[in-house]
Design a protein around this ligand. Structure first.
Ligand code: PXL
Length: 282
């Protein structure tokens, strides 16, 4: 087995159409060279951002059964990554999985995918936020956006950030017990955005252009590209840069296709992602 091939578990929903959650995490983590196991928490006909009347098959009951089978088979994971989860009950199952299926060592990544643009996604409430906070505090690495960081800390959401506000958010998350924090959507200027990393006591900001189109699924793409890179042994800071650049290129590819409103064209960027991983390893 190659030194860099890890066994990863991605826990989130399958939105059958919509280029988000498992349909982007699986190809991206596989492209990064990892054995990618999945635990689908629900099956939806589409994601909930912009489509109306999507189906929702709740797989909450299957989650502990699947985990128990793996436990009997003595399966353990080198990393467990979570994204969109449908309910507090699902979060409790994930907490159990963290207790039972982590390898030694294991890195846990939690993207508290529940809100954006100052608003919770459809179907979530503050009880869900409270449960998500518990999961966030168990993770080695968390990837909230600004809205999610506000919800997790009780800060009031703002359209425009300033360094003092961002510093308060990451410090507050850390004081509550968060490990490494990768905060996305940190924008200090109109045409720029970026990602703030707090690892140990080191803060690092990577800024890049904000493209004139907000796209669905970019958080999921960033999280998968980031986790894939980290698990190749690439340092957190470099993994954040690599994932941000990849996400940006995916959005660039989608900008000239206004009909493609529900996701981004990430597929054709996978070869360059793979190259950039190889380039960052040396
Ligand atoms: O991209 C995050 C996400 C994942 N899964 C589902 C969603 C969303 C965002 O709206 O609705 C089902």
């Amino acid at each position: 087995m190659s030194m860099t091939c890890r066994r990863l578990l991605s826990i989130q929903d399958i939105s059958c159409l919509g280029q988000c959650s498992l349909t982007v995490a699986l190809p991206i983590l596989s492209a990064a060279g990892h054995e990618t196991c999945i635990l689908p928490s629900a099956v939806l006909s589409t994601h909930t951002g912009g489509f109306q009347g999507n189906t929702f098959r709740d797989l909450t009951e299957d989650m502990p059964l699947i985990a128990a089978h793996w436990l009997r088979e003595k399966i353990r994971f080198d990393a467990i990554c979570t994204g969109y989860l449908g309910s507090a009950a699902q979060i409790r199952h994930v907490l159990d999985i963290f207790r039972t299926l982590k390898g030694d060592p294991c890195v846990t990544f939690v993207d508290p995918a529940m809100a954006d643009g100052g608003r919770l996604y459809r179907g979530f409430d503050m009880a869900f936020v409270k449960a998500m906070k518990e999961l966030v505090l168990q993770a080695d690495i968390i990837l909230p956006n600004i809205t999610e960081a506000c919800l997790l800390t009780g800060e009031t959401y703002r359209e425009t950030c300033d360094p003092a506000f961002v510093h308060r958010l990451i410090r507050s998350l850390r004081e509550q017990g968060a490990g490494t924090i990768v905060l996305t959507g940190v924008s200090y200027q109109e045409n720029r955005t970026g990602v703030m990393v707090l690892e140990g006591e080191t803060e690092f900001l990577y800024e890049h252009p904000l493209l004139p189109r907000l796209c669905h699924g970019t958080g999921d793409i960033f999280a998968a590209a980031f986790a894939g890179a980290c698990m190749r042994g690439i340092p957190v800071k470099d993994s954040a840069i690599l994932a941000a650049d990849f996400t940006l290129r995916c959005v660039e590819r989608t900008m000239n296709d206004p009909a493609h409103w529900y996701g981004v064209h990430f597929e054709a960027e996978l070869p360059r992602y793979i190259q950039s991983l190889a380039g960052s390893e040396n």
